[in-house]
Design a protein around this ligand. Structure first.
Ligand SMILES: Cc1cc2nc3c(=O)[nH]c(=O)nc-3n(C[C@H](O)[C@H](O)[C@H](O)COP(=O)(O)O)c2cc1C
Length: 442
């Protein structure tokens, strides 16, 4: 039996820093580019496409974190995922520079009505000729709620109840145009057959909607659904709806537990095995020698400002770590923010989570790349580890967190991709023009 081939995504943000705090200080970051300009995004897209990545994954949040010391000062001061510009604006720019690369965009369901969300995503799927994915989130951070005028954040379970209805309404809208509704007969003057374009009349617990979807069917019909919920409700939502699920686990033991849990949940929703791709976050630092790679890694770590790191961790987990001593141990508890990423810290030192992790250690691990395994070494070393995570940890693919851009992706494409291909663990051409086809490719 041939070995499973990996899928790859480049994990970034429309901002100065993405997921490695202090990245902007690195002398090898964005040489000759500015993150807010089209040439940067087009180069990033072309690089990932040269490496036959399934997609670029654009993460997002809606406002600067304000958990640390009850303020967003440290977020602004240390560029903790700030500034971050609106993610959907760069999708057509990247699409115009590429042919096959998918573009996954994070859009929160919380402050946008499903009707408008569908219209936006259909438009992007048209403009990219069927290469758009939607990373479905519900705004886990208090700062996002404050910025949108809400004093209290809706608790996690209710956010998922609302998201369940949200996605069902979106699907009704996307499916409301029959495939042959557009006739475009110039002779008769009939553009579309109204009997084949359903009027949606939704009156639910959270949403009302009456009207027809405003876009004709896009190449993929619906965007590819991505999700990264990791609480039990989050995992169920992902197992029911997602076509790719993203998770961060520091080691193979936690990956195994996660993969087994998810398999059961996918079966519960009667979805066929293989219909949901399991994508793990990793960071890679590749060089011709191990010594060189280690030196690069140390340079990345030296750019991380400790206070910025603690502020980021506070923002993601919804806990103000300024109230703790830096040498105090972090306790395993349920957090209001991103539960799954919190666990990546608790289990960072050992798979049982028994070795204590201090606030200082947790912050530095987290600020490097959200607790993802960091693979440092030659291309062979890195591929050894990737194969291990695929064969033993259940990975169908990896999202590569940026360390410095575009350099880290250029180096990965030039050195690691050929090694993956040499071992028969990676595609040598795209399966087709749409993202869904490429994601489903074995
Ligand atoms: C790898 C990964 C990437 C994520 N990216 C985002 C993001 O870009 N924006 C966002 O608002 N939430 C993001 N999240 C958060 C989740 O999608 C989810 O909303 C959050 O984890 C709360 O749900 P949970 O408690 O079920 O995990 C991410 C989570 C993970 C694990």
């Amino acid at each position: 039996m041939s070995k499973k081939k990996t899928h790859l995504l480049g994990f970034v943000q429309h901002g100065v820093n993405s997921h490695a705090t202090g990245m902007w200080r690195n002398p090898t970051d964005k040489i000759g580019y500015h993150f807010s300009r089209p040439d940067y995004w087009q180069h990033m897209g072309r690089t990932m496409e040269r490496g036959l990545f399934d997609a670029m994954f654009i993460a997002d949040e809606l406002a600067p974190y304000n958990t640390y010391e009850g303020s967003s000062d440290a977020t602004v001061k240390y560029a903790v995922q700030c500034p971050t510009h609106e993610p959907s604006t760069i999708v057509p720019i990247i699409a115009a520079a590429t042919k096959n690369l998918g573009i996954g965009v994070t859009m929160s369901t919380m402050f946008v009505h499903p009707y408008s969300m569908c219209r936006l995503l259909s438009s992007l799927d048209h403009l990219s000729a069927g290469r758009v994915a939607w990373n479905i989130v519900s705004s886990y951070s208090q700062s996002e709620w404050d910025a949108h005028g809400h004093e209290n954040m809706t608790p996690r379970n209710e956010r998922y109840d609302r998201m369940d209805e949200y996605i069902k309404l979106c699907c009704e809208l996307w499916d409301s145009w029959e495939p042959d509704a557009v006739i475009a007969d110039k002779e008769s003057g009939v553009y579309a057959d109204p009997s084949k374009v359903k009027v949606i009349d939704h009156n639910g617990k959270f949403f009302k909607c009456k009207g027809r979807h405003f876009c004709e069917p896009s190449p993929q019909g619906r965007p590819v659904f991505w999700q990264a919920g990791s609480s039990p409700r989050g995992r169920d939502f992902a197992a029911e709806n997602a076509e790719a699920i993203f998770a961060v686990h520091p080691g193979v033991e936690r990956m195994q537990e996660y993969a087994a849990d998810l398999k059961q949940r996918v079966a519960k929703f009667e979805r066929p095995e293989g219909s949901v791709k399991l994508i793990y976050g990793i960071q890679t630092v590749v060089a011709a020698t191990r010594e060189e790679a280690q030196a690069k890694y140390e340079r990345i770590v030296s750019c991380i400002p400790l206070e910025g790191a603690v502020a980021w961790m506070s923002g993601h987990f919804g806990l103000d770590f300024s109230k703790m001593d830096l040498d105090e141990n972090v306790k395993n508890l349920e957090v209001p923010g991103i539960q799954g990423l919190f666990e990546s810290i608790i289990y960072a030192k050992d798979p049982k989570g028994e070795l204590p992790v201090t606030v200082r250690e947790a912050a530095m691990i987290y600020a490097q790349g959200m607790g993802m395994p960091v693979l440092i070494g030659t291309a062979e070393d890195i591929v050894d580890k990737m194969e291990f995570f695929m064969d033993e940890g259940g990975a169908d693919g990896f999202m590569l967190a940026a360390t410095y851009t575009p350099g880290c992706f250029e180096e990965f494409v030039d050195h690691v991709v050929p090694e993956l291909q040499r071992r028969g663990r990676y595609r040598t051409s795209y399966a087709g023009p749409t993202l869904r086809e490429n994601l489903l490719q074995d």
